[in-house]
Write a protein that binds this ligand. Structure first.
Ligand code: 5GP
Ligand code: ZN
Length: 116
């Protein structure tokens, strides 16, 4: 998708701090980190959101999670981390290319959400 920021990052048209790449997946540091470790893991294939995945995408999704675990450990969050996948309007997804946020670091990230 030519207009998509994350597709352009995969293509090298927009610079990023890459932490991992293979034939299916690209991972890079978030430009505006919320925690000392804040990495985005994305499929190279443009998939708009988790709401748009199909059965055929499940191998790459599994691989993204396994890579996320490894990257969190290697990149400074060996004692645990949080995975976030914001999805659609209600999930406050800002970039319409599926991405896993890995957030962590030396300190706990805090409670998940304020309870209602
Ligand atoms: P979302 O709200 O869609 O789940 O998260 C999008 C994330 O992408 C945000 O945390 C934002 O800081 C990050 N982001 C947006 N544009 C860029 C960019 O051009 N480069 C990088 N590295 N991160 C970006
Ligand atoms: Zn895209």
């Amino acid at each position: 998708m030519s207009g998509c920021i994350f597709c352009r990052i995969v293509a090298g048209e927009i610079p990023s701090k890459k932490v991992y790449e293979d034939e299916d997946i690209f991972a890079f540091n978030d430009i505006s980190p919320a925690r000392p470790v804040h990495i985005l893991v994305i499929p190279k294939k443009h998939i708009e959101s988790l709401a748009h995945v199909t059965e055929a995408d499940t191998p790459v999704l599994g691989k993204m999670l396994a890579v996320a675990n490894r990257l969190a450990t290697e990149q400074g969050s060996p004692d645990g981390f949080r995975i976030i996948i914001n999805t659609g309007r209600i999930g406050h997804q800002e970039v319409p290319h599926l991405h896993i946020h890995i957030v962590g670091g030396p300190e706990p990230v805090g409670p998940m959400l304020k309870k209602v």
